[in-house]
Design a protein around this ligand. Sequence first.
Ligand code: 1GP
Length: 250
Amino acid sequence: MTKGLLKKLLEQTRESRAHFTLIDPDKTTPEEAGKLARFAAEAGTDAILVGGSIGVYEPVLSDTVKSIKESSGLPVILFPGNLNGLTPEADAVLFMSMLNSDDPYYISGVQMQAAPIVLRLGLEPLPTAYIIVGYGGAAGYVGRARPIPYEKPELAAAYALAAAMMGMRLIYLEAGSGAPKPVPPEAVSLARKLVERSGLEARIIVGGGVRRPETARTIAKAGAHILVTGNLVEENPLVLPEVVKAFKSP
Ligand code: 1GP
């Protein structure tokens, strides 16, 4: 079932950084999603995440993924809020465990239900820790997260280290879509430091509330390997190329 996307991603982010654009099928038509993805590809994004916390259903999800693939040529990685977020049209899935949920369903329950489906659909699973920081947004609310306070970066870093020690290869620090403040850079740098000290190979993804190139730059300097932006491509598309550039430039 492995299609090699994880390997490629780990290689690509060993020395440089990557940017993902999140498209929520509940907020766009499949046709619009295709256009947004093409625009994002031209802006330098490396992959499209597709998913959302509510309103994701078939056949809209599959049509959305198909349209994105056709018009952008980019890999599509599912970012599921639940079992309804899976389609064989995608290349891979962030196989996530929300480590700081108070509900075991979001830590290992839904994963047990999803695993045989992911296998059957032929999706490449990308082992991902999902850690909610601060605001949390719909993802934090639906996933019953106990969000890490902004002023406690050491807790986010400890979760990140635990994730690496449990064998997860991607560690997603999430402030929530539309967060008023992104994940604090201190949490990113501390997480990166601890994971590096462990000698384990894992990459840090940061997302939620990034709207400006300066913020993207700060998150890059703090040590994030991958930046996710969602709302930006719709709300302020002209800034997207600058954000991608600011994050990815050495
Ligand atoms: C949400 O991290 C993503 O899951 C992206 O958030 O929409 O605020 O960019 P934004």
